[in-house]
Ligand binder design. Structure first.
Ligand code: AP5
Ligand code: MG
Length: 242
């Protein structure tokens, strides 16, 4: 199954991606995380991407498509992928369609996370990120169990450079201008589920799960994350303190 979390910066894509990955057993492909890994490794690609990321601009399509293509060639993606923050322009969406088609696959469902701008700015302003695994926290909205340490691996949490209020606002306006048109591309394919991204992390997770199950024709009654047979996809289990 190929799924995508689509929405503005701070809408909860990374937060919900962790639950989807565990629930469906598919890898997360976040172009933002891939770029941050390149920056950390000091690669040429990372150095180029950092200039755009620090300004709150999008990285050029050719660079982004190439990094996504490379990730999709890794065998762990054969059974499906959860895209987070990709595609973010219409040319990226067209190219992704082509890549999936070449593998005999298609985009099965795009979850459009809807969150008002004021809420986005508040969420981003306080966000703490684990530089090792990418999990995100918030001192008030989603605190880690131990202050400033990742619940999953104990790594010290950091603030992302591009979460400074002026850069975060710029990212939101870039989203509105350049990324929102991607939604029409997927609406034409009838694969978009509109998801209310407000409320608790658990509430949002329940809505996403329901959307995926409705879309795949599965049962929706009595969905409970606690009732999941693997018992490991509860937001509390991953985020802590909620
Ligand atoms: P990327 O890393 O993808 O960032 P983004 O899309 O701007 O999204 P964020 O990661 O900021 O937000 P999120 O939706 O994941 O929210 P989160 O779950 O963390 O991209 C960064 C940059 O890389 C881009 O600006 C661009 O330069 C470049 N780039 C990446 N992909 C690209 C592409 N395809 N093309 C071109 N350039 C690209 O949640 C946010 C906060 O809210 C957290 O603190 C969390 O704990 C909290 N929270 C989440 N849900 C809730 C809830 N329900 N209630 C309360 N708090 C919540
Ligand atoms: Mg993210």
């Amino acid at each position: 199954m190929n799924l995508a979390l689509f929405g503005p910066p701070g809408s909860g894509k990374g937060t919900q991606a962790k639950f989807l990955v565990q629930h469906f057993g598919i890898p997360q492909v976040s172009t933002g995380d891939l770029f941050r890994a390149e920056i950390k490794a000091g690669s040429d690609l990372g150095r180029k991407a950092q200039i755009d990321m620090d300004r709150g601009d999008l990285v050029p399509d050719d660079v982004t498509i190439e990094i996504a293509r490379r990730r999709l060639s890794v065998p762990d993606t054969a059974g499906g992928v959860l895209f987070d923050g990709f595609p973010r322009t219409v040319p990226q969406a067209v190219e992704l369609d082509r890549m999936l088609d070449g593998m005999g696959r298609r985009m099965d469902r795009v979850m459009f996370m809807q969150v008002p701008t004021e809420v986005l700015v508040d969420r981003l302003a306080g966000r703490l990120t684990c530089p090792k695994c990418g999990r995100t926290y918030h001192p008030k909205l989603a605190p880690p169990r131990v202050e400033a340490l990742c619940d999953a691996d104990g790594t010290e949490l950091i603030m992302r450079e591009d979460d400074r209020p002026e850069t975060a606002r710029k990212r939101i306006s870039v989203y509105l201008e350049q990324t929102l048109p991607v939604l029409a591309h997927y609406r034409q394919q009838h694969v978009v589920s509109d998801v209310d991204g407000t409320g608790s992390i658990e509430d949002v997770w329940q809505r996403i799960l329901r959307a995926v199950r409705v879309a795949s024709g599965g049962p929706t009654a009595g969905i409970s994350v606690a009732a999941d047979p693997r018992g490991n996809d509860s937001p509390q289990g991953l985020v802590g303190g909620q």
